[in-house]
Design a protein around this ligand. Structure first.
Ligand code: ADP
Ligand code: ZN
Length: 700
């Protein structure tokens, strides 16, 4: 049974031999092009000595000259038409054995080319084989102005922390430790355990990779880690220059630094020997890359931990269904932290039924009377308030009251959002922007109506209702300017802001003891998306944001406004009941054959020409059905199901029409074989794109 859930099996053996043969030598080259497989070339006799796995080579490809990576050797078949290597660029390999194995697995598991996987995983200057001059005492940590790490307070661990730590210690003694799911409610002191676990690993002479969601990589957490690990700490983040990234990589490779903190791509960094991989808030969607290779850092971490015999710890208050399922079937060891530190209570959560509120007040509202009262009381007591609305902009729709026409994007099938600050209408999918129209484009009547609301409108409404309060907003629009994200956090921490309105950004990792009230303006925003993970995502978001309240001395209060108080995602968030939510949700997934009960591979077809998309999607499905029948002759494969072709919920995006075919499978390997064979057999017409998404985060 457990094997069914192991997403790590390689679909095919290593490509090519890894040692040189006799006679004429043929090499396998990975090219950084979106074409699957490697390409064979012959070596000139004088190149044979210099040819090593992991060096760059120049080769001819379709009347061009391109740079690729030497990834394998094989004996040359008697084929004189085979092209020859033009030049070997490097004396020494620029790619390590670990990176080669990792990227090969990545490319096979996620259906990218090996070259694309290398592009994703390895920093530019490393690939270019730059020479590194160690510069003592400089690096990412110094750049943010940290000095000597002051001693941090030594907590007495809570009994639950103590127990969890002893299990972690025991796991670190094991030869190939089983991954750990650290399931701890918000404020239960998971970070403290991460620190202790890393200290253990360092004491054994090994290193650790700590992954956090990009948005959580704030100065606060960087400082926190620096305080503990000082000169051992390396930090990767998206704003580093090529040079900084390169130096960081080299300092890790040389063993000068052994603790790495970073977002999903930090999983590829050469921390060696690797003793521990930590992944905080492992359910976060930023752990998945949304371009090829569409990898999920959790799956990569699982593979890497097993290869390197390192311990993997996945932490969170709202584990993904995937991870909880792995714990249920025994692949992960589960450790629970059920209480907050110092016996602080979880906040009290109240639901406000907006249907009733609207009935009484005769119109729909942004803030209910209950939430307004609570905000007012909080402002008077000078305590912090967070207001979540996971939708940015001012008005979500602009429509003509006369004919009903909605102003929508010219290249997507979605309505445009009005942004007041920019005074523009914006498409949240393709970033198309335009001035608000003065008249309806269909019936030419003036007086368009702006309806629906986003964070901008909540901010202005709150400012109007509470004129004495200092109000700020945090969403992708308001943090666009450099440094503004940190500044808002700083102002809020210093209590120069009373009420902070924001999108999901304010739900993540915020640890502000003075926040005693959290209001969710509209819990239903995410629920209306027609996606199988909508419920899970909403439950996670509500639980996370509720967890921001009452982390200090006083107990927190949470008010969730909703039109669907009986929805499991909302009801279970109210009672902090992850178990109940999990039990219900897993039943739904099982009933529909969705992850984590079955694997899912989404084949998405898109084109600007509507007819081409449908025709190719149909051909794809037919070809897959044929391949599946052929495979069934050799092995029993009842457990693969093909669904579609069907148009996607967002039928048109960025000017492309979109259809898809879904593969549902109990086991990953045969499904991957099926897809690989289909892709080889089928010819994709021009102007049609095909993208394969393994275990997609959404199907929209
Ligand atoms: P989580 O990540 O589980 O939400 P944190 O690790 O942020 O929780 O811990 C919440 C707060 O409790 C932090 O301010 C942390 O420094 C503090 N803390 C952690 N462990 C202890 C302890 N054993 N005793 C007292 N305070 C602790
Ligand atoms: Zn658009």
């Amino acid at each position: 049974m457990p094997q069914n859930f192991n997403p790590l099996t390689l679909p095919s053996p290593l490509l090519g031999e890894r040692v040189k043969g006799e006679g004429e030598t043929c090499v396998e080259i990975a090219l950084p092009l979106p074409i699957e497989g490697t390409f064979s070339y012959l070596l000139e006799p004088d190149q044979i000595d210099r040819a090593k796995i992991g060096v760059r080579v120049r080769v001819p490809f379709k009347n061009r000259e391109v740079t690729g990576f030497l990834v394998g050797f094989s004996s040359a078949p008697p084929d004189q038409k085979m092209k020859r290597v033009l030049a070997i660029t490097d004396e020494e390999p620029v790619l390590s054995d670990r990176i080669l194995r990792l990227t090969q697995w990545l490319s096979q598991y996620y259906f990218s080319s090996w070259g694309e996987a290398i592009e994703t995983a390895v920093p530019k200057w490393v690939k270019q084989g730059k020479r590194w001059k160690p510069e003592r005492g400089r690096g990412a940590t110094e750049k943010v102005g940290f000095r000597e790490p002051p001693r941090s307070p030594e907590w007495t661990l809570t009994p639950e922390q103590e127990k969890a730590l002893s299990h972690i210690r025991a796991a670190l003694q094991e030869e190939s430790p089983r991954p750990i799911l650290l399931f701890g409610v918000t404020g239960s002191g998971k970070t403290e355990l991460y620190i202790r676990a890393i200290e253990e690993v360092l004491a054994k002479g090994k290193g650790a990779i700590v992954l956090v969601p990009e948005i959580a990589l704030t100065e606060q957490i960087r400082r926190f880690f620096f305080h503990h690990f000082g000169g051992e700490l390396e930090i990767l983040h998206s704003k580093l220059s090529d040079g900084e990234r390169f130096s960081a990589w080299k300092r890790l490779e040389s063993g000068e630094r052994r603790v790495l903190l970073g977002p999903r791509s930090a999983i590829f960094a050469p921390v060696s020997p690797l003793g521990l991989i930590l992944m905080d808030e492992e359910h976060e969607s930023s752990y998945k890359q949304d371009q090829s290779p569409r990898y999920h850092a959790r799956e990569v971490a699982l593979w890497l931990a097993r290869e390197e015999k390192a311990l993997l710890i996945l932490g969170g208050a709202t584990p993904s269904l995937e991870s909880m399922r792995m714990a249920e079937v025994g692949i992960f060891q589960r450790l629970d932290l059920t209480r907050r530190v110092e016996n602080k209570e979880l906040p009290e959560v109240a639901l406000v039924d907006l249907r009733k509120e609207a009935e009484i007040r005769k119109h729909s509202v942004i803030l209910s009377r209950q939430l307004m009262r609570e905000i007012e009381a909080n402002v008077n007591r000078h305590e912090g308030t967070l207001l979540l609305l996971n939708r940015r902009g001012f008005s979500t729709q602009v429509l003509c009251p006369a004919c009903g026409e909605v102003v929508s994007c010219r290249s997507c099938e979605v309505s445009l959002t009005f942004h007041q600050e920019a005074n523009q209408l914006l498409c949240h999918y393709c970033n198309f922007r335009r001035d608000p129209p003065r008249v309806c484009k269909r019936c030419a009547k003036p007086l368009l109506r702006f309806t629906g609301f986003g964070t901008e409108k909540v901010e202005s409404e709150v400012a109007r209702l509470f004129p004495s309060a200092r109000v700020a907003r945090m969403d992708t629009d308001s943090i666009r300017r450099k440094g503004s994200h940190e500044r808002i956090l700083q102002d809020f921490r210093n209590r120069d802001i009373d009420i902070l309105v924001g999108t999901q950004m304010i739900a993540k990792g915020f640890d502000f003891p003075h926040v005693t009230l959290v209001g969710v303006v509209l819990a239903d925003v995410g629920l209306v998306l027609p996606d199988f993970r909508s419920g899970e995502r909403t439950f996670q978001l509500l639980t996370q944001v509720a967890g921001r309240a009452g982390r200090g001395e006083k107990r927190g209060r949470v008010i969730i406004q909703t039109y669907s108080p009986e929805h499991p995602s909302v009801a279970c968030a109210q009672t902090h009941d992850y178990r109940k939510f999990y039990e219900q949700e897993i039943q739904t997934r099982a009933a529909h054959g969705y992850p984590p009960i079955q694997h899912l591979i989404n084949l998405l077809v898109r084109s600007k020409v509507e007819k081409k998309v449908y025709l190719f999607a149909k051909e794809l499905k037919d070809q897959m059905a044929r391949e599946l029948n052929a495979l069934r002759e050799t092995a029993p494969l009842e457990n693969i199901e093909l669904v579609g072709p069907a148009p996607l919920p967002f039928y048109r995006l960025r000017g492309h029409y979109r259809w898809h075919v879904l593969v549902k499978a109990r086991e990953m390997t045969p499904a991957q074989t099926l897809i690989r064979q289909t892709l080889t057999a089928i010819k994709r017409p021009s102007g049609v794109a095909l993208q394969v998404d393994v275990n997609p985060l959404n199907i929209l």
